[in-house]
Design a protein around this ligand. Sequence first.
Ligand SMILES: C[S@@+](CC[C@H](N)C(=O)[O-])C[C@H]1O[C@@H](n2cnc3c(N)ncnc32)[C@H](O)[C@@H]1O
Length: 195
Amino acid sequence: MKPVAESCLRNQQPIADVLRDVLKYMNAVLELGSGTGQHGVYLAERFPHLKWQPSDLKECLPGMRLWWQEAGLNNLCEPIELDVTREHWPVTIAYDAVFTANTVHFVGRSIAEALLMGAAKSLRSEGVVCIYGPFNKNGCYSGEGNRRFDQWLKARDPESGIKDIEWVEEVLGQHGLVLKSRHQMPANNLMLVFN
Ligand SMILES: C[S@@+](CC[C@H](N)C(=O)[O-])C[C@H]1O[C@@H](n2cnc3c(N)ncnc32)[C@H](O)[C@@H]1O
């Protein structure tokens, strides 16, 4: 049976609403930490001009493949194993865009840094990085819900937790990427778009 992330069902439409413009003139998109792979199915279906490549750790591949097979979309590539902490990523083209949802807070700082640096390196020049999830501003939570969520994340993995937008800007800034737009999303999430 296909794994279902309830959060994806809630946020896929608002994410598509933002990406419709951001990815309008893009083609090849690499998704990192795809989880169940639902975002790829939803977005590839709505945006046929995109060629969407989902990826995640090995243990997520069986579930993602179920979604991929059922969707049967020409523009949705077979999910690949991609551990962002590996030095060499199985990436053979320069992508127009890298998308990731709900990953940066979910992992520790060093993994998040590897994800962001790898994303930047996987892009063609003028490519965009789109990051969806909860973020803090200068160490401040954007709401009580995010403060409680952060406590829950840290109880599960003390290394993980909601990161500052400024920290993400600093990491991606080392690769010449600048925060171009910041979109308020439901439930105190943001979509950060860098290029
Ligand atoms: C909270 S889930 C988000 C999944 C999906 N993007 C979503 O929005 O539903 C975080 C994802 O990060 C992935 N992840 C954790 N460590 C990773 C790593 N080192 N490399 C790649 N993905 C990783 C997990 O396997 C998981 O699928």
